[in-house]
Ligand binder design. Structure first.
Ligand code: GAR
Length: 208
């Protein structure tokens, strides 16, 4: 059975969706860079090992990345899932987990990398917005796309309303994308993810 380590910084609703999905894998640990991350409570209540590695306690990015890697590697992860982990990771860290480090981002990448994606989507007047699960590369919010879900942007949407609509889809596609990884259905070909199995796209569209 594959080991998954989930990294969070706050609320942890994506982590919760992954746990609730009952994936055929072991959630080996939930690690946060903030001791007060609300998601840690749910993880602990679910019987999952938790740990905090706060980068502010280290003198450099390299040192905190190394401490984080030590905490992660204790669990021999096959997959490291960033779930609202709001910290930029160094190139060395990213390369260490190359091909087994995934992230969810609240936009249809490559549109709107970075912060405040919903606000920026509203400012740009896009008519379709959404979320992306992707393999992580040293470039921020960039990397081979595993899954995406789109939502309409409606007249009268506020940042909060749009965020909630997207988040609902995040909770659907993140566990799905992780299941594909666990089932060895993902291959990266020239920066493009191929999902084996004819039902992959159907699964994404089914209850969109
Ligand atoms: C989610 O919307 C996630 O996509 C986003 O932070 C939120 C975390 O919520 N991640 C990023 O912006 C990463 N660039 P959660 O803690 O409830 O899962």
């Amino acid at each position: 059975m594959k080991n998954i380590v989930i990294l969070i910084s706050g609320r942890g609703s994506n982590m919760e969706a992954i746990v609730r999905a009952g994936l055929p894998a072991k959630i080996a640990a939930v690690i946060s860079n903030r001791a007060d991350a609300a998601g840690l409570k749910y993880a602990a209540q679910s019987g999952l090992p938790t740990q905090v590695v706060d980068e502010r306690e280290f003198s450099s990015r390299e040192a905190s990345d190394a401490a984080l890697a030590t905490a992660i590697d204790r669990h021999s992860p096959d997959l490291v899932a960033l779930a609202g982990f709001m910290r930029v990771l160094g190139g060395e860290f990213v390369r260490r987990y190359s091909g087994r480090l995934v992230n969810i981002h609240p936009s249809l990448l490559p549109a709107f990398p970075g912060l405040h994606t919903h606000r920026r989507a509203l400012q740009e007047g896009v008519k379709v917005h959404g979320c992306t699960v992707h393999f992580v590369t040293p470039q921020i919010d960039h990397g081979p796309i595993i899954a995406q879900a789109a939502v309409p942007v409606r007249v009268g949407d506020t940042e909060a309303i749009l965020a909630a609509r997207v988040l609902q889809q995040e909770h659907r596609i993140y566990p799905l994308a992780l299941r594909w990884f666990i089932d060895d259905r993902l291959a990266v070909d020239n920066g493009v993810v191929r999902v084996s199995g004819a039902d992959a796209i159907q699964a994404l569209l089914a209850d969109a």
